[in-house]
Ligand binder design. Structure first.
Ligand code: ATP
Length: 296
């Protein structure tokens, strides 16, 4: 299914403009919404999940008016919120079974089939009789996906699901999401560039309530080809380089400081050409370097 967001705006009562005229097309597959903390990602996710109202704009999921036909949307939707809490004293099986009852699965036999299937899909079947309080962060997030998949939703929204996961769990979680994303619309919000690089066929970068850039990750990387340059500097030199060049990132590499700049021409000053990656796309965009025509 395709999600079409048009001119969506939301200002909180305290005057914070969380979303400012956001327009996006989200096709079937994995879509990454990338942005720093406070960019407006959770606000957008909650509006799409029918949990919060916007001030203006429209959202359609194929023919369904998301802002108007909430019951219809909820039947199609799975949602893993950023702060997904579990009841620590119940087991994974018990809680998923309970959620399944709430989703309207009244037949006990059918419920068992669905719950077992989801626990298997999320690799939690072996630990289904353990209490959720003893689950690791990664197991809890996989449980969060299991509950989001109840009712076979066509649109799945996951809000910053990999924050705090160790590298192994992140890979596991990525594999799970990419299986789901094969035939569903999965909207993944994150501030972690590699989540999007590894998983998403389409993406957008959002900051301060604005969509700054969107497209296919590889095309966006191609658009910065030949425009990223790097060199090592001492810590004391960083500030001076920042005034002379459009520095998009400073990283410590084996104890030395590597700076990368965005420049359409050779910046001189001892810089070497570098191969651009999605992180460069992200940092250059957030730093206000507009290099590709946004066609959201
Ligand atoms: N209920 C609220 N009342 C007032 N301001 C809010 C509220 N919720 C969020 N905000 C503000 O709106 C802006 C966008 O917040 P939002 O949570 O949507 O961003 P985010 O990209 O999800 O960031 P994070 O990853 O930190 O959650 C922020 O400046 C935030 O402080």
């Amino acid at each position: 299914m395709e999600l079409r967001i048009r001119n969506l705006s939301k200002t909180y009562a305290n005057g914070v403009v969380a979303l400012d005229n956001v327009t996006l097309n989200i096709p079937t597959g994995m879509f990454g919404l990338l942005g720093p903390n406070g960019a407006g990602k959770s606000t957008l996710m909650r509006i799409l999940a029918t949990l919060q109202e916007c001030d203006s704009g429209s959202v359609f999921l194929d023919e369904i008016d998301v802002l108007d036909e909430q019951d219809e949307v909820r039947r199609m939707l799975g949602y893993l919120p950023q702060d997904f809490g579990v009841y620590p004293k119940v087991t994974a099986y018990e809680l998923l079974d309970h959620f399944a009852v709430l989703k309207g699965l009244s037949s006990r036999a059918r419920r068992r089939e669905v719950v077992d299937g989801l626990l298997q899909q999320t690799n939690l079947f072996e630990v289904r009789h353990q209490r959720l309080g003893g689950f690791s962060g990664g197991m809890r997030q996989r449980f969060g996906i299991a509950q989001a998949l109840l009712g076979d939703p066509q649109l799945i929204i996951v809000d910053e699901p990999t924050a705090g996961l160790d590298p192994q769990e992140r890979v596991r979680f990525h594999n799970l999401l990419s299986d789901i994303g094969e035939d569903k619309t999965v909207l993944l919000s994150t501030h972690i560039v590699s989540d999007v690089a590894d998983l998403c066929s389409n993406m957008a970068i959002i900051n301060k309530g604005h969509v700054l850039l969107c497209g296919e990750p590889q095309k966006l990387i191609d658009a910065i080809d030949g425009k990223i340059w790097e060199r090592f500097v001492t810590k004391a030199e960083v500030a001076a380089f920042q005034t002379r060049h459009a520095v998009i990132s400073t990283r410590l590499l084996t104890g030395r400081t590597l700076i990368r700049v965005y420049d359409e021409r050779d910046p001189g000053d001892g810089f070497d050409p570098a191969i651009g990656d999605l992180e460069d796309v992200y940092f250059a965009t957030i730093a206000g370097r507009s290099f590709a025509a946004s066609n959201c």
